[in-house]
Design a protein around this ligand. Structure first.
Ligand code: TYM
Length: 331
């Protein structure tokens, strides 16, 4: 059977890129009764300077949002990374299986390290922790957006390295990436970049808990170009094409039919139509987010149950890992 694992950082709210690129796929897999584990990766969120009270709130917000998107804790193991200590333990062990040049060439590290004066070691080692996340659950498939491909390749490299040195133990995981354009939703303000929680201009990112007015405002201000009709050409017209793409994904229509229906509209009119479609799609999700957020005890209970299930698997893996490495005194 497939074993599916994925994670999301509780840095701010979930945005439309997370949702269309990854989270929607998770619920699909869950509803096909796949074995799936999802982690709210709070230890990844401290690799850049952060605000502790906000992190705690965002863990609950992320849990509420995942539930609102359809993650069902009776089928999916949903837990917070830091509650399962084995993640840092395996991270440490994997640190010795890769090299500094291998980590230094990763695009996400290069990008993020440019934004801070002194690069935290945690930021550098970040993808090794991600590999530990995947390997602890012996995941065979990892559904992610296109931006995570290099990180998944590192996880494959570490699993191979471990298997070669210590004997076959870990599957080499496959990334599952949406084939449609959902795998890469772009910033509304800078359509050369992906939509991101760390976008310096918050107007570039639509959050799942944004109000209808906020969504309308952000889409209205989305950067397009000097051509007023609507067409789909991601290279020549990234801004408009990103809106067409989002529109198609939230309505379930094809790109062609979205463009065809927008034939009579100019960009301003089209933006109104996209706003309406996004607001309609997110309305029930937003209501559910608020419902789940208002019941913190339920969220704590769900996450605790999830941690317990995850811990069992993670502990079994670590017992085996320690045995293979000759660590400790038992086994
Ligand atoms: P994170 O929290 O940045 O994003 C969560 C998921 O959303 C996808 N995503 C996007 N997809 C399409 N368009 C976008 N603009 C966009 N932005 C984000 C991401 O690809 C991701 O799938 N390092 C990971 C978290 C992680 C993880 C793991 C993932 C930690 N451990 C183990 C898989 C397996 C991250 O920062 O995702």
């Amino acid at each position: 059977q497939k074993k599916i694992f994925s994670g999301i950082q509780p840095t701010g709210s979930m945005h439309l890129g997370n949702y269309l690129g990854a989270v929607r796929k998770w619920t699909e897999l869950q509803n096909k009764r796949e074995n799936i584990t999802i982690s709210i990766v709070d230890m990844h969120s401290i690799t850049m300077p952060h605000n502790p009270p906000a992190l705690r709130e965002n863990i609950f917000l992320m849990a509420a949002t995942l539930l609102a998107c359809g993650i069902d804790p009776s089928h999916t193991t949903l837990f917070v990374q830091s509650s399962v200590l084995e993640h840092s333990e395996l991270n440490w062990i994997l640190n010795s299986l890769t090299t500094m040049p291998r980590l230094a060439q990763l695009p996400q590290f290069k990008e993020k390290s440019r934004t801070v004066r002194d690069v935290p070691l945690g930021l550098f080692v970040y993808p090794v922790l991600q590999a530990a996340d995947i390997m602890l659950y012996k995941a065979t498939h990892v559904p992610v957006g296109a931006d995570q491909v290099q990180h998944i390749q590192l996880a494959q490299h570490l699993a191979r390295g471990f298997n070669t040195r210590y004997g076959d133990m870990f599957p080499i995981c496959n990334p599952l990436i949406e084939e449609n354009e959902g795998s890469r939703i772009l910033s509304l303000r800078e359509p050369s970049k992906k939509m991101s929680k760390s976008d310096l201009s918050p107007k570039g990112t639509i959050n799942l808990n944004d109000s209808p007015d906020q969504i309308t405002e952000k889409i209205k201000k989305a950067v397009t170009d000097f051509t007023s009709d609507i067409s789909y050409n991601p290279n020549a017209r990234p801004g408009v094409s990103n809106l067409v793409n989002i529109h198609a994904l939230v309505t379930g229509q094809s790109i062609e039919s979205v463009v065809e229906e927008a034939k009579q509209l100019d960009t301003a009119q089209y933006k109104e139509r996209v706003s309406e479609a996004v607001i309609e799609h997110l309305r029930p999700i937003r209501e559910l987010i608020n419902k789940h957020l208002s019941n913190r005890n339920e969220l704590i209970y769900i996450l605790e149950m999830g941690s317990e299930k995850a811990r069992k698997v993670a502990q079994a893996t670590m017992t085996e890992v320690k045995q293979r490495l000759g660590l400790g005194t038992v086994g």
